[in-house]
Design a protein around this ligand. Sequence first.
Ligand code: F6R
Length: 245
Amino acid sequence: MRVYCASDYYHVSRVAANIISAQVIMKPDCVLGLATGSTPIGTYEQLIRWYEKGDLDFSQVHSINLDEYRGLSPENEQSYRYFMNHHLFDSINIDKKNTFVPNGMEEDREKACRDYDEIIRAHGGVDMQILGLGHNGHIGFNEPGSAFGKETHCVKLTESTISANARFFASADDVPKEAYTMGIKSIMQAKKIVVIVSGESKREIVKKAFTGPITPEVPASVLQLHNDVILVGDEAALADTFQNH
Ligand code: F6R
């Protein structure tokens, strides 16, 4: 695993955006696996800046997002499709037809998951997967205890994830209780994985995930088994674990 320790969130975002840029420049028709959440917002802002300067071209890029709430439409401001349009897709020249997020409006759970796995396969898999890290070690919506062998599936969200996400909704009751997520197996099949972490609140889970035992109780610990992982974090998140990088 390669580790980049940046001084703060702004620099973390620049390093992560540089790595994604390199991927897009080296393979203009690459498949990017994208994440939502607060961590990658700065990375997406940086990519937009470089696109506006003429340094990046997303016209041939395809993207496949990790997850989506079940029951939220793309127009719902809390849906991950809305998030991606708002934070990235509307501001770059990616063709929206080439951007994929699980279909939150598909009520048939099995069909939603089967369709998404088919999309991933039809694209030949993900070239570079971007990941954030949950405080309990979740990646995508794969919560502690998730089997490592799963592809896209429907999950019931844990109380801790519902309350962490409640800040985005009028109340905890409005937070969807289920989500569609790429599974650990799908994530591990990405050719490269870039994990972005920032802030002291991630320090403990970074240590557990990257230096602790590999166990479904810490879903991100499975990343220790992938042979091309880049961890980009700031000093606050990496202190105790990788401070000398
Ligand atoms: C987002 C996702 C989640 C987040 C994780 C960290 O698509 O799947 O696993 O990456 O919850 O979220 P932040 O970045 O808000 O700390």
